[in-house]
Design a protein around this ligand. Sequence first.
Ligand code: AMP
Length: 319
Amino acid sequence: MPITVVGSIAFDTVRTPFGSRERMLGGAAVHFALAASFCEDVRVVGPVGEDFGETELEVLRRRGVDVSDIERVPDGKTFFWEGEYGWDLNSRETIDTQLGVFEGFQPKLSERSRSSEVLFLANIQPDLQLEVARQLPDARFVALDSMNLWIDIARDSLVRAIEGVDCVILNDAELRQLTRKPNLVSAAREILSWGGSSERGHGPSVIVAKQGEYGAALVTRDSFFALPAYPLETVIDPTGAGDTFAGGFVGYIAAHPQEELGEDLLRRAMAHATVLASFNVEEFGTERVERLTGREIVARTGELHAMTQFSGADLQLRG
Ligand code: AMP
């Protein structure tokens, strides 16, 4: 099932203990699209400024991503984000966010983007996410990501957007902040209870909590599953890891249209997503995923499978 994604298309300036990059290609929709393109056709929706060049578009086109709904705004400036990581890469500070062309953007999706059966609302102002979701009322699977900034300044819109989706993918700290629940499982359960009075009569049924270097957890109404991150000795730049994870997760689900959205499919999607995200952090920005191959993904998925399996214990325990 083809996927439409809306979210930031950006220039990122990033400083990590291993170096820095100025105005490299980034943005939630970009990282998502590159990752999902290993599984399915992806259509990106969003504005860029006049400063966004053919070189940047070519990165997406080379992976077969449909860029015809990326609108270039005359005299506009591309979304800009600047961030700096702490010494162990677990903490990140946003130094600057400039919405640029996203300010006042009114999404008008082409027939093609509206025909996608899968929609990903990547991180961006939640009213924009809502506006795009309205244009795909019949999508079979809709997922959403967001971040602390939008919880801080647009919580009501974000809650409304969440009520209309099937799957929420958030950092675990953001899940706690959004629900004001200190415990991850109860935070996820809270979101699973939202949306009962929405137009669809139900809200999300799948919650994914991203936990950075510790992996990710999956919570549904009747199950829990978790995977560690693939262990890497060298992590260079975590920027976009969450979006790459989401691209792997949603892409994998989109590539299995005949399968019920059940525990088995969701767990395999978690593994695929974990592997994709692990490649993303090996180099700055989109550098590593740009030259990633299907063969590398399959090999690492096999390793992750081996390292997360254990057999049933048959020891007769005392007591
Ligand atoms: P992640 O590391 O997965 O959280 O995503 C980082 C990406 O999100 C970067 O490429 C940024 O361009 C983008 N980003 C940062 N802040 C925002 C924001 N407020 N809204 C949308 N995208 C953002």
